[in-house]
Design a protein around this ligand. Structure first.
Ligand SMILES: *[C@@H]1O[C@H](CO)[C@@H](O)[C@H](O)[C@H]1NC(C)=O
Length: 262
């Protein structure tokens, strides 16, 4: 009896976890559909109305916005949105193509080309081991914040989700602006939480696990929104190697974003 019981339990536990995730998702959807103001209020008082939220997403490479930030971008659809991508993603000399793909994917996510800026700077190369200069980067980001009167900056956290040096540099630059009081008054910063490798590929199974952790903002996509995120990812045609296709189906970042205020 006991001998057959163990494999049976092993088989059953992912199923139970899956059912719990589905149930929780269904139950929580009401909350998630509420406007972003309510969600942002979880963290700090957010008094303005949604359309007064002027959010700037700061990413490192074309495709970061979809692979990591799609849930936040789609959930902040009521806000005014901008995207600043700090490189063209030219590591494999595909910069020009990737820039085009970025504009298409952003349009799918609801950010028009006029609100997307791609920095192409000699000193900010797309490279997994190059740490970008904090002073140069923070100057460029701050200029963008001031020009567009941004009051919410969304970027990577200190671990940069995938640990990419360029991602971590963005955090360092924004952190610097924040701690040196250089950001305009009322401008808040949200950083995308890096989760363990185990949680990273749990897709929506990671939803119940989020309940055990604290975060300031939690965005979970509905099925329709998750489809939209996938469609945005298919715009990055030059990047769709087999492992990225798998990523789209298994990464929790395609459906869940947990974020912290600085
Ligand atoms: C894009 O930027 C303009 C200002 O340049 C702003 O009015 C508009 O709301 C932004 N679009 C979106 C979708 O947020």
């Amino acid at each position: 009896m006991a001998a057959t019981g163990i494999p049976f339990a092993l088989l059953l536990s992912p199923l139970v976890l899956w059912l719990v995730a589905c149930w929780w998702l269904r139950r929580s959807r009401g909350t998630m559909r509420r406007d972003c103001r309510a969600l942002l209020a979880n963290g700090r008082a957010w008094r303005e109305s949604d359309d007064a939220v002027r959010a700037l997403f700061v990413t490192a490479h074309p495709d970061d916005e979809t692979m990591f930030f799609a849930p936040s971008i789609l959930k902040l659809a009521q806000a005014r949105l901008w995207l600043l991508c700090a490189s063209t993603g030219n590591y494999y000399n595909q910069g020009a193509i990737r820039k085009e793909e970025l504009l298409q994917s952003c349009a799918t996510l609801g950010i028009p080309p006029s609100n997307v800026t791609v920095i192409d700077h000699r000193d900010l190369p797309d490279h997994p081991s190059v740490k970008w200069d904090t002073s140069l980067l923070s100057t460029l980001i701050l200029k963008h914040i001031e020009t567009n009167q941004i009051n919410l900056v969304v970027t990577f956290d200190a671990r940069g989700v995938s640990g990419h040096a360029n991602h971590k540099s963005l955090y360092a630059a924004v952190r610097y602006l924040h701690s040196e009081w250089k950001l305009p008054e009322g401008c808040q910063v949200l950083t995308l939480e890096t989760v363990s490798l185990f949680r990273k590929y749990l897709s929506i199974l990671d939803v119940p696990i989020n309940c055990l952790h604290s975060q300031d903002v939690l965005f979970v996509l509905t099925e329709e929104e998750a489809e939209l995120a996938k469609r945005a990812m298919w715009c990055h045609r030059s990047q769709l190697l087999w492992f990225r296709r798998l990523y789209v189906f298994f990464s929790r970042y395609m459906v869940i974003n947990s974020l912290h205020f600085l």
